[in-house]
Each structure stands twice: as C-alpha cells, then as structure tokens.
Design a protein around this ligand. Structure first.
Ligand SMILES: Cc1cc2nc3c(=O)[nH]c(=O)nc-3n(C[C@H](O)[C@H](O)[C@H](O)COP(=O)(O)OP(=O)(O)OC[C@H]3O[C@@H](n4cnc5c(N)ncnc54)[C@H](O)[C@@H]3O)c2cc1C
Length: 481
C-alpha cells in the first residue's frame, strides 16, 4: 500500500507533519499536487503568484525526490474536478491513506468535503494537520463561547495557548534515502512555467525554494528582529521580513518562524521588544484565518459588519483607474501603488494607506481594491487580504473606527520623512528635495509631469461619517420593516 501526501498551500518538506507521518509509516510514499489554473483564474490570483507557486513546486519536487518521494503534478482545471481526479490517482497507486494540511477558505473546504466523501467510499483514510496556522481556527473561544472578533483579547489568549501547546518541531530526517529519486511532475511544471516566462525577471526577488527561504528567515531573525518594532513602518527601510509570499504558499512554516523568534528572544533579551511585535504579526495571520473559517459568508463578498452592506460606495471608474495606476496626485499613495505593480508586493503601512485612501478619500467600494490587490500581489492570501481591506474600510471585525481617516500627506511626512521611498517609485518627483516631495502641488514647475490631486482632502471625515450614519439608518429601517 502507498501513503499519499496531497500538497496544497504547504509547499515544503521541513515542519510538515503530513510528510513526516507518511515517511514514518515505513511504506511507499508518493506526493501529488493538483494544479487548478481555472480556479486560480476564478479567484483572480496574480500571475506573479501563480508563477511563484509553480517555481516552489519545481523546487519541492527535487527536494522530495532526494527523500525518495516522487511528486506528481496533475492538471485538474477547477476544484470541482479534484475529488474525481484524486480518487482515480489513489486507485492507480494503491493508496490507503492521504496526508494533507488543512485549508480554511470556503471553496477549499467545500473541495475537501467532496474528497472526504469519495475517499470514505474507498476506505482511504485522510489524516489532516493544522500546520497552516499556529493556533487552529476553532480552538479559542471568548468567555461567552463565541469566536473572537477583536484582535487584542484574541492575541492574549493565543499567546497563552501557544505557550502551553508549542507548535511541533521539524522532525524531518532529511538524509537522502534512495540513489536517484524520481520527479514525475517536472516536465508538466516546466511547460506551465514557460507560460509566464515574461515574469522571470522577478524570480530573484521572490525566492521560492525552501532552502533559500529558510536562510532568509534566519537572516531576518539575526539582523532585523531586534529592530522590527522601530523600523517596520518605514517603507524605505528593509525593516520587515519580506517572507509573506513564502508563508502564504507554505514554502515556509509559521511554526518555524515562531520557534526561531521565541528562541532568539530567549537568547537575546534585546530582541524581545521587536520579537514580540513580529510574533504579533503571526497572530494577526491566525486571527484573520479564524475569522474566515468561522464566518464563511465573508467569502461571498459580504462585509463582516452587517449595517455596512447599505453603504452607497462610489463607482467612479476614472478615480479608480487613477488609484490603480498610481496617478492620484498624492505621492505616498502613488509610490505605493506603483510598488505593487512593479514588484508584486507592497509594504504593510502602505497597504493601509492606499486601502484607506480608496475607501475613505475616493469612497470607492473596498471590494474593488481587494480584487486589485489579489490580482497583483505575490503574497495574495484571501484571509489576510479580506481582513486588511475590511479593516481599512471600517466594515470588518476589528476594523479601524469609521471616523478615522489617514491623511496621506501626513502619513508620508511621518513614515517616509525624507521622501526616499517616494522618489524611488515616482521619478517625476525627483527634482523635489527632502520634505517638499510630500506636497508637489506647491512646486509645480519642478514636477510638470506629475498629476494634480484627484480629490481634495478637505471635509473627508464629515463625508465618511454621514455615509456610515446613513447606512446605519437604512439598516435600522429594514429591521423595523
Ligand atoms: C489592505 C491589506 C491587504 C493585505 N493583503 C495581504 C495579503 O494578501 N497577504 C498577506 O500575506 N498579507 C496581507 N496583508 C498583511 C500585511 O500587509 C502583509 O502580510 C505584510 O506586508 C507582508 O510583509 P512581510 O512579510 O515583510 O511582513 P512582516 O512584517 O515580516 O510580518 C511577518 C508575517 O506576518 C504576517 N502578517 C503581517 N501582517 C499581517 C496582517 N496585518 N494580517 C495578516 N498577516 C500578517 C504575514 O504572513 C507576514 O509575512 C494585507 C494588509 C492590508 C492592510
């Protein structure tokens, strides 16, 4: 009989309980990845991210081959075909047990229920692990027995639970087992990668092989963890880990991040402040995953806060295009939006600034922005993206209060004081020295090609407050109806 490791967003060998259990069985082990390009298309996954996943698989296949585990990659189209394709694969290879890492988005859970049904008919066991998170989504409940919807108390409980239930260690015996392991999926992957060859210029910036990613984690912990709290909000600095693509595709395990950060803090007291702040980001990651798993309606585009369904968002295509293309006339917003298009990534501070600018200053529907991010981010992750957008639009769980509106000029002066980041992405502003870069409309002769602001910043807060109030009034009337 054969043990089958079914890979999804857990594209690694280390800190992978499913693979370790399969290897420990002493039976033959195979691995499989079911490629669903049409599903990616339906989910609006960025081409750069698609390429990242395929590159990660190419490297995973080699690593698995060295362990004597052949990786098959099968074209499946959409999730709706997965159960049948996996069943036939299991029949062909005499599989009696499948190992996988649990996934929590709505369509993924529906796919997995279908697989569970067909495997039950064949008496094939499925063993699933919660390795995609540090604390499984249905573990922590509030004093009233509900799911957490506010981050701070969640974080406190999360920390206590993890101290009592630390994530399992690596446990992979990585010594090669067979003379020459096979990698049957290689040709398929090479052909698929050729489809996005025009994006190959980005490959160096986003390493997708596990060994390099683990080295980057070690370097970040060593060089940047201690200063993380101080540096993380300044986009011109190399102050954050840049590991989000690897974490969201599972090339890197959250467990390894957590364990290394905790070890560093124990070893080096000076790393404590930065380390705790960084571990807090891993808690945000779990928080949004538990929100998504416990409120599946979010996957249908609904806001978390019911009354915000009645907000009359603008549908101004011209303003939306100006935002997408980084032509709003607000330097920090434009630099950030160009960073996204040029690199497939955007700094966290700027994700908040640009999302708030779209939803509060332009008053455009947060779902438009959520989709644009997903179509361009190399780390596009449904839970984190939806959570971040609903936070910024004040429609979500632990959202920014609706009357809080970032001023993009002040954000620039605070977090990019000398304008180094802005000038990197907005060359039209190169002639403006130092702080002058934040208000280019005061020096039009020095930046003739840069647009005028597309909207005024005056009166924004009042407009937002009355729009949210109007939505609440409609919600109340509907309750009475
Ligand atoms: C509007 C908006 C959209 C976002 N979309 C995504 C997305 O699609 N994918 C994504 O991974 N993150 C998203 N984030 C969260 C955050 O911006 C990125 O995780 C972070 O910028 C990645 O950079 P880093 O790896 O250097 O992070 P670091 O600061 O080094 O943090 C370490 C890790 O913690 C996790 N993390 C950090 N901040 C958050 C957060 N606020 N929510 C959830 N997880 C977090 C990520 O996995 C990150 O790699 C979004 C935030 C906002 C405000």
């Amino acid at each position: 009989m054969t043990k089958l490791v079914w890979y999804r967003n857990d594209l690694r060998c280390h800190f992978h309980q499913g693979l370790q259990h399969a290897l420990a069985s002493g039976e033959a082990v195979r691995a499989v990845y079911l490629d669903c390009p049409q599903q990616w298309h339906d989910h609006g996954i960025a081409p750069l991210r698609q390429r990242y996943v395929l590159r990660a698989l190419l490297s995973l296949g080699d690593n698995l081959a060295a362990l004597g585990v052949p990786l098959d990659v099968i074209d499946c189209g959409r999730f709706s075909r997965v159960a049948d394709v996996l069943a036939s694969h299991a029949d062909t290879h005499d599989v009696d047990e499948i190992f996988c890492t649990r996934e929590y988005p709505f369509n993924e859970m529906a796919r997995d229920r279908a697989v569970a049904r067909v495997m039950a008919q064949r008496s094939v066991a499925i063993t699933a692990f919660d390795d995609a998170v540090l604390v499984p989504p249905r573990t922590l409940t509030t004093g009233q027995g509900g799911w957490y919807s506010v981050f701070t108390p969640y974080r406190k409980r999360w920390q206590v639970w993890l101290a009592e239930n630390p994530p399992p260690g690596d446990g992979l015996d990585a010594s090669p087992r067979k003379k020459s392991g096979r990698f049957p999926g290689r040709e398929y992957l090479q052909a698929r990668l050729a489809e996005t060859e025009h994006l190959a210029g980005h490959d160096r910036q986003w390493p997708a092989d596990e060994a390099t990613v683990r080295e980057e984690l070690a370097r970040f912990i060593d060089e940047h963890l201690a200063g993380y709290k101080r540096d993380r909000d300044f986009p011109a600095l190399d102050g954050t880990s840049g590991l989000s693509a690897a974490l969201s595709t599972g090339v890197l395990a959250a467990a390894e991040c957590y364990r290394l950060a905790e070890d560093e803090m124990a070893r080096r007291p000076a790393a404590k402040e930065g380390g705790n702040t960084w571990v807090g980001e891993l808690a945000w990651r779990d928080f949004y995953r538990q929100i998504m798993a416990n409120h599946p309606r979010l996957a249908t585009g609904e806001p978390y806060r019911d009354e915000t369904r009645f907000i009359q968002w603008s549908r101004d295509e011209a303003l939306y295009q100006a935002w997408c293309e980084g032509r709003t006339g607000y330097p920090l917003v434009d630099a950030a939006m160009r960073q996204l298009r040029q690199t497939g990534w955007m700094h966290n501070r700027l994700r908040m600034v640009t999302a708030m600018f779209l939803t509060k200053n332009l008053f455009i529907d947060w779902r438009w922005g959520e989709q644009w991010f997903m179509q361009h981010l190399v780390d596009g992750d449904f839970a984190a993206n939806n959570g971040g957008w609903q936070w910024s639009a004040s429609t979500g769980t632990d959202a920014a209060p609706y009357f809080r509106v970032f001023n993009p000029v002040r954000q620039g002066e605070r977090f990019d004081p000398e304008g180094d980041f802005i000038r990197r992405y907005v060359p039209e502003l190169a002639q403006l020295e130092g702080k002058a870069v934040h208000q280019p409309w005061k020096s039009p002769m020095l930046c003739p090609d840069y647009p005028q602001p597309v909207v005024s910043l005056d009166g924004v807060r009042d407009k937002v407050v009355s729009a949210f109030q109007a939505a609440r009034d409609i919600a109340q009337q509907k309750d009475f109806a």
